[in-house]
Design a protein around this ligand. Structure first.
Ligand SMILES: *Cc1c(COP(=O)(O)O)cnc(C)c1O
Length: 388
């Protein structure tokens, strides 16, 4: 296989060269523990402070409102568990309001709180357009709502959710709002004050930073209890010796993203539009999920009827294209995507979803090569398909 085109940037991205360069000294000579009062420690404390300022600058908050975590999953857990528990203790509110299309880091956390701690979870549906139904959300904000958690951009469809509108509904009622912005950061401008959110999760490896590091924005005054016990690192919300190389890498990824975002996203949007136009022209019975809605510029979820997304993904992999399918293979049979089901696609269609997610290093040549191969792969699979 000579060609290797990476079209799976919503799964992870390669760290930028600048990011890796910034990290390397912290694996070698700058190995100190930032809690040490000697120079090895204090110089690294300064590096952490600089990274915190960089993340705050990307997100629009104050550096003191940024907590470093091990990634998006942990940020979501700390935010949702910590705030739900704090709110119940103070106000007796015990209902968590979320959407049906959240990432498992949010969905499973909510399910766990319901099963083990007696919280109730309300899932606000979304429309066929992939956007959460604001009218139904407003009803869910009745007394007893402890917390709203709705993602900024969906990882499968790229559809942007009305988080700012959600905050203007929740704020007068005194209900904190968390957003999982893991698929927003680095793809669209994200500003905590513009959105009005109280808590916001990001993950470095989704925007050209290293894996295993992320951040949680916590607005000053937000009710939150510590989920972990240990030292006083990260305001006590994420105790443990800091992952300094990771934190420095996240800081650099944030700095680069802020600088490059407008240029890179325009390039990616042009490629994504070329890809979608090309596919729709060449392949019958394809629908782009959420195409008419505001979307992040890099993501295309193509619902290809009469094929299984997983088979398509494997065949494209053999042709040198890395994409992903929303459907997961459970015990040999492929499961439909819960996100496409939530949009109202039927079970068969929901098995035929593939996600192409582009990055700044992708080229028009790669997209054109994909457009050559893709119709042939679909045609072959359709001729063999049990779904035909
Ligand atoms: C990838 C992802 C996560 C998880 O982030 P990790 O850093 O891999 O734990 C959470 N939410 C969304 C929307 C994601 O896409």
């Amino acid at each position: 296989m000579t060609r290797r085109a990476y079209f799976d940037h919503n799964a992870t991205t390669a760290a930028r060269r600048e990011v890796v360069d910034a990290m390397l000294p912290f694996f070698r000579e700058r190995f100190g523990n930032a809690s040490s009062i000697h120079f090895f420690g204090q110089e690294n404390r300064e590096a952490i402070d600089a990274a915190r300022a960089s993340v705050a600058s990307l997100l629009g908050g104050e550096p003191e409102e940024i907590i470093f975590t091990s990634g998006g999953t942990e940020s979501d857990n700390i935010a949702i568990r910590g705030t739900a528990r704090a709110r119940r203790r103070v106000s007796k509110a015990d209902r968590i309001v979320t959407s049906a299309i959240e990432h498992p880091a949010v969905l499973k956390t909510c399910e766990d709180l319901e099963r083990d701690e007696g919280f109730r979870v309300e899932y606000v549906p979304c429309g066929r357009d992939g956007v959460l139904r604001l009218d139904l959300l407003e009803r869910a904000l009745a007394p007893g709502a402890a917390l709203v958690t709705v993602m900024l951009a969906n990882n499968e469809t790229g559809v942007i959710q009305p988080v700012r509108e959600i905050c203007s509904l929740a704020r007068p009622r005194g209900i904190p709002v968390h957003t999982d912005a893991v698929q927003g950061a680095g793809k669209i401008p994200v500003d905590v004050n513009d959105l009005g959110v109280d808590l916001l999760s990001i993950s470095a490896h989704k925007f050209y930073g290293p894996k295993g590091i992320g951040a949680l924005y916590v607005r000053r005054g937000t009710p939150i209890e510590a989920v972990y016990t240990g030292g006083s690192h990260e305001c006590g919300l994420r105790p443990g010796t800091e992952n300094i190389p990771g934190i420095v890498g996240l800081g650099e990824a944030a700095r680069m993203s802020k600088r490059e975002l407008p240029r890179e996203m325009e390039h990616i949007r042009v490629l994504r539009d070329r890809l979608e136009r090309g596919v729709l022209e060449r392949v019958p019975d394809v629908e782009i999920a959420g195409a008419g809605s505001p979307r992040v510029p890099n993501t295309s979820n193509m619902v290809v009827r009469r094929v299984e997304g997983e088979a398509l993904t494997l065949n494209l992999s053999m042709s040198g294209f890395a994409i992903s399918s929303g459907s997961a293979c459970a015990s040999g049979a492929s499961e439909p995507s819960y996100v496409l089901l939530a949009l109202g696609f039927d079970g068969a269609a929901s098995q035929g979803g593939i996600r192409v997610s582009l990055g700044f290093a992708n080229t028009a040549e790669e997209v054109d090569a994909f457009l050559e191969i893709f119709p042939r792969v679909v045609e072959r699979l359709r001729s063999l398909s049990p779904l035909a």
